[in-house]
Design a protein around this ligand. Structure first.
Ligand SMILES: Cc1cc2nc3c(=O)[nH]c(=O)nc-3n(C[C@H](O)[C@H](O)[C@H](O)COP(=O)(O)O)c2cc1C
Length: 227
């Protein structure tokens, strides 16, 4: 798929959003079928609610870091509410960036047989909700998480239409600390026709002790529990 076609897919998503608000995605079932995406896709098997399948993707190289704590707490809450959670810690898996080869035609499989293809991608296709968790790196998501997001490319239509959530931690505490990350996430939500279910933006949390004293772990737990 060349750039022009990718823009066409993007256009289809935007048009769908414009026409249908946050309803059923046509990313996989509409105009982009010609561009190689899955037919009748974009809607997870279950429509969400209780007993959802949730995929949590973390992006920090710190196993017991600040964003890992948010993931832990969110999962605790979500499981207490009866949801099924699959966690994928990108920094500790064999993952590789998208090659841009377009062998997938935006509808898989990927030529790279790594942990994204072998362990994660089908979970993303089958789930009801995707939770992105990252430390703030130069005002965006970490490269580990971005690697996963870029690899959505092989199943774009089938990962569309999910619920989603963003959780992030940062050292700085200025009110604009998370602005660029949130803009990126919101744009992703719009393009993927996801339904944003909330954000935990833990500013001023550059270390484990700082976040443990903050309100954010409880926010993450309550968000998980409220789903
Ligand atoms: C490469 C790198 C880039 C960072 N960039 C930012 C930044 O732009 N803004 C910020 O507030 N903190 C930044 N930080 C601090 C981390 O976001 C912060 O320490 C966070 O709590 C780390 O999360 P973790 O423990 O889950 O890895 C950066 C840290 C690293 C290692």
């Amino acid at each position: 798929m060349d750039r022009r076609e990718f823009i066409k897919v993007s256009g289809a998503g935007m048009l769908t959003l414009f026409l249908s608000g946050c309803g059923v995605s046509m990313l996989g079932g509409g105009d982009n079928r010609a561009a190689g995406a899955a037919p009748a896709a974009g809607v997870s098997k279950s429509q969400g609610g209780k007993g959802m399948k949730i995929v949590v993707v973390t992006g920090s190289p710190h196993k017991a870091g600040t964003s890992a704590l948010l993931a832990d707490k969110f999962i605790e809450g979500a499981q207490a509410a009866g949801h099924e959670v699959f966690r994928f810690n990108a920094a500790f898996e064999d993952i590789h960036p998208c090659l841009g080869c377009d062998a997938c035609g935006m509808n898989g499989p990927c030529v790279q047989k790594d942990a994204i293809e072998n362990k994660l991608i089908q979970k993303l296709v089958d789930c009801d909700m995707i939770v992105l968790v990252t430390p703030l790196y130069y005002y965006g998501m970490s490269a580990q998480l971005k690697t996963i997001v870029d690899r959505f490319y092989s199943r774009t239509g089938r990962i569309a239409g999910k619920k989603s959530l963003l959780m992030a931690t940062a050292y700085n505490s200025a009110d604009w600390t998370m602005s660029a990350l949130v803009d990126h996430y919101d744009t992703l939500v719009r393009y993927m026709n996801w339904k944003d279910m909330g954000k935990v933006l833990a500013i001023g949390c550059g270390s484990r002790s700082l976040i443990e004293q903050s309100k954010f772990p409880d926010q993450a737990y309550q968000l998980g529990k409220s789903l």
